[in-house]
Design a protein around this ligand. Structure first.
Ligand code: GN1
Ligand code: MG
Length: 367
């Protein structure tokens, strides 16, 4: 395996000889490796992209390449550091953005950014504020990106499409688990109409579609050692979507006082101080650019994305754990229950969340 990985790394335009290739992190979707090189040359991140989840890796890499090149131009104009404040895609020696190996797996490489921190949890409001600012800035850098992007995962945050998949999964009952999930399934069904009512506002254009990240949980943001956001990573899902999804998914992760897969549900709740801090950072960059319906529905986006996440974890459990990597047999069910608890707490705090957004946006819009 080691030799094979070295060989795969060697397919890319690296600026020095490879000294080692080792696994990095524990992503849910792709397999990630760090490629160390000789001397002062940069190191690299090598990823085997999950081809079941991403049916067209070339189109995905083309999205990432165009988006990062666009962001890089803004960074250079602003006098920033283009090697640290945005990801850099490294092409193969024959100038492609990904390499297909003999098994039909697709690999892609980016430059490794040294001296950074990625968090799995936000433990201070200050960190949440910086995270919000980081995603706000990312969206702002892409506000003038008007090229079409490939839809890397069909209907990713489209709840109508998710219900279609959900109805099929229940009917298929591939792992024969539906019979034990009555409570969880009713929990989803009780909220179906409310979620679809919101989605109609996206379908009728009241809430616009923009270029967004779509997977903004905290460990997809790189911070430097002084606590400033450097850049958004894990750009596999950059595509056209509503700005709300990036906000909602971040709240789902930054503001949870427990873990995403906490077995102890009493650890799980939505922290209002973290919510206010994240919203303050995000709106400091975006309040004057978003339109009123986006601001009106910003708090709801946290409920929407958390709901979608419950549905996706439970659907994967029903399907027999085909999508997310799991660490033990009930993992997807544990994730489901922990995210249900988080959403219930958000529902209880929704009026507070809404008034916080209204106050913070007024502040930044000088109203
Ligand atoms: C996956 O790839 P990663 O671990 O950052 C997933 C997200 C989920 C998240 C749940 C492409 O994110 O949508 O919200 O797990 N990414 C994809 O933690 O499905
Ligand atoms: Mg990730």
């Amino acid at each position: 395996m080691k030799e094979e990985l070295n060989e795969i790394a060697g397919k890319f335009q690296l600026s020095a000889e490879v000294t080692s290739v080792k696994p990095l992190g524990d992503g849910f979707i792709n397999d990630t490796f760090i490629v160390k090189t000789l001397g002062n040359a940069p190191d690299y991140i090598l990823q085997r992209k999950n081809k079941t989840i991403f049916p067209n890796v070339s189109a995905m890499m083309d999205n990432i390449n165009r988006v990062t090149n666009h962001i890089r131009r803004h960074i250079v104009e602003a006098g920033g550091d283009p090697m640290r404040e945005v990801m850099t895609v490294v092409p193969t020696k024959d100038d492609k953005l990904c390499y297909e190996d003999t098994n039909g797996d697709f690999w892609a490489t980016t430059v490794f950014i040294p001296n950074t921190i990625a968090y799995n949890k936000a433990d201070t409001p200050e960190l949440a504020r910086k995270g919000g600012q980081g995603i706000g800035r990312f969206q702002a850098q892409l506000a003038d990106f008007h090229q079409p992007l490939a839809e890397t995962i069909k209907g990713f945050h489209n709840i109508r499409y998710r219900f279609q998949q959900w109805d099929e999964a229940i009917k298929r009952d591939a792992a024969n688990r539906v019979k034990d999930l009555g409570e969880e399934i009713s929990w989803i069904e009780n909220r179906r109409e409310k979620m679809l009512d919101f989605w109609k506002l996206v379908e009728n254009g009241t809430i616009p579609t923009r270029v967004t990240h779509n997977d903004t949980k905290i460990n997809n943001i790189l911070f430097d050692k002084s606590g400033e956001v450097l850049c958004a990573i894990d750009l596999d899902t950059v595509m056209a979507s509503t700005s709300l999804n990036d906000f909602g998914d971040a709240i789902r992760s930054y503001c949870n006082t427990g873990d995403e897969d906490d077995q102890n549900l009493s650890n799980v709740s939505m922290s209002m101080p973290m919510f206010e801090a994240y919203a303050d950072g995000y709106l400091s960059e975006r309040a004057t650019q978003l339109i009123q319906p986006e601001l009106d529905w910003l708090a709801f986006s946290a409920l929407y994305i958390t709901y979608e996440q419950v549905l996706r974890f439970l659907m994967d459990y029903i399907d027999g754990d085909k999508y997310y990597k799991i660490k033990y047999p009930e993992h997807n069910l544990v994730r489901t229950r922990a995210q249900e608890r988080l959403l219930e707490d958000m529902e209880a705090k929704y009026p507070q969340m809404q008034s916080a957004i209204a106050n913070i946006s007024k502040k930044y819009r000088n109203e």
